[in-house]
Every structure is written in structure tokens, then in C-alpha cells.
Ligand binder design. Sequence first.
Ligand code: ATP
Ligand code: MG
Length: 349
Amino acid sequence: MHTDSADTTVHPTPLEERITQDPARFRILTGDRPTGRLHLGHYFGTLHNRVRLQNLGVETFVIIADYQVLTDRDLADDLTGHVEELVLDHFAVGVDPARSTIFTHSAVPALNQLLLPFLSLVSVAELSRNPTVKDEIAHSRQAAVSGLMFTYPVHQAADILFCKAGLVPVGRDQLPHLELTRTVARRFNERYGAGIFPEPEALLSRAPVLLGTDGTKMSKGRGNAIALAASPDDTARLIRGAKTDAERHIHYDPERRPEVSSLLLLAALCQDRAPEEIADEIGALGSAALKKVVTESVNEYLAPVRARRAEYARDRAQVRRVLREGNERARAVADATLAEVRTAMNSDY
Ligand code: ATP
Ligand code: MG
């Protein structure tokens, strides 16, 4: 196993450099909730990094967090459909099941069993101050906040630590959860003296929070997202309706002009250029011209992704096979970790 488990010291070398120097030393775990199609926020926030690292030779685990669908709703509707669509989104962007393990956490009992000792390592006060959880509660569809909503960041620690991942490519909303995972790992190691778990590092992208068409974080649940699988016409319509501001001249200024800047960043990521450069070209032409550039950039960038997705969607049996195999592999890894945990906790009867 190529884990980063002994590697918890402060490093003088920047993360990217350490990864490129020795990709086989790292293992990544990252994933999404099966609550709908993946969108551009996912892609530029984390999927792009997943594929890049996989292709560099970093061992990659992609979790489909099916239990976590229930954090902010009573029922997980069309769960099987959403799970399969998520797998297709991953195939389409270049996640290769021969090199990456794609699995659902509900299918891995030993992973879920880690939740119990992990819960004992955090306080209710720590769980209550998590800013991402507070934001999600504000946007929740439920009248009352469930226990799962407060505890899912600990479950996420189990998702990350069961495979001893040292690296987690995520969007900015995940940073409090990553911090909690580091705390759980550290406290477990301190309390049980075993040095079992690494303290994983977050890997942010150039777009740690891509905004949606309404100017808030692009999110599946908020009706403001552009799905990777959207048609070119739908993409054009959604971008045409995106919120901008009253200033005509186009500048890149994320602090003062977040909506315009997020659109510029989106075009820049698709064209692999600097957002300031694109802003200079549009300048006085205003937001209609900006939206035209963004639409063309997105549709051009996504054309091959969409074509591959349509191709893969014809073979549902392959999707199910990849999940079966991924679940099996994740179960083997989780069983091994749980065995170590039980020995460390002196509950190996
Ligand atoms: P939901 O509304 O169902 O919670 P979501 O769009 O917030 O969906 P998640 O499945 O919660 O998506 O997030 C999966 C991963 O994608 C996380 O690493 C998260 O940080 C990242 N991500 C989600 N939205 C964005 C965004 N707008 N910008 C950057 N990263 C994002
Ligand atoms: Mg979310």
C-alpha cells in the first residue's frame, strides 16, 4: 500500500512539488453526494484535479457518498439513478476504473464502523461550530435538523481515513471537514498510540468556489448549476440568465465584482488562460459579450466530455460492474483498517 501515513510532519516543499516528485507516495480520496448531475463547480473545483492526479500515478479512491444524501432531506429519491449518473460523469471526464476505485460508502460496512470510535473523539461544541454545516442547514429542505447533519463531517473522516488517504482534492466548503478529519486522525493516534492514520491535506484548485448563475456557490440543490451533461442550448440559456452587475466595463475583480469575475474565471479555466486577459479583450463590450465568450468556451471545452458521456451511457452493465468491483476493493481496504483499529483499541476478540 502506498500510504502517506508516517508523513504528518511540517513540509518545507510545496504540496504540488511533493506530488510531482513522488506521486506513488500519495493516495487520494474524494467524492460527491449522489444528489444530481455533476456540474462545472465540481469539475473545476475537484474533478479536474482527480483526473490529473490519477494520470500522474496517484492511487485514487472516488467515493459516492450515498448515506450523506440524507443529511438535508428525508428521502434519497432515485438513488440508483443518481449513483449511475455520477459514475458516468466520472468516466466522461477521464476517471479510469482500471486505475481508480469508484465505490459507494453504504456498501462498505467496516468503513461505517469507524464512525463510532471517531464520534467519541469530537465534542458536540466542535460539531456545532462547523461553518459549512451551518450554511447547509440554512439551505436544507427539512423543517428540523437531523443528527446526521451534525455528524456527517465525522462520517466523512471515516470515508477519508478508512483508506488512509493523505490527499483530498476538494472545494473550499470542505476545508472545515478536512480540519476535523485531521483532528480525528491526530486524536485517535494520540489516544491509542498506534500512529495508524495520516493527517490528510486538502488540495484546492484555481476555482475553490465557482459561483452559480445566481451568484452564490454553484450547487446541485440550488437550481443555479450548469451540469457537465447539459446540452449546448441549455448551457447558453443558463449563462444568458446569469446574474452580473450594473457596471458596463468588464474587469476581473473577485472581491468587488464576484459574479462577473466568476464568469471570467470559468472562461479562463476552459481556455487555459488568465481571467484578466479575457477581461481585457471584452472590456467595454459589456456583460452580453462576456456571456457569449463564456458560453462558447464552456461548450467547446465540454464537447468531448459530453460525447464520451453519451457513449458510456449506452452500457449500464459496465457502470454496475465498475461499482461492484470498486465496492469489493474498498471493502478489502476497510476490513484491513478496521482490523488495525480494533487491535489498537484492544477490542480484537
Ligand atoms: P449538493 O447541493 O447536493 O450538496 P454540491 O454541488 O454541493 O451538491 P457535493 O457533492 O456536496 O456537491 O460536493 C462534491 C465536491 O465538489 C466537494 O469537494 C465540493 O467542495 C466540490 N464542489 C461542489 N460545488 C463546488 C463549487 N461551486 N465550486 C468548487 N467546488 C465545488
Ligand atoms: Mg454539498
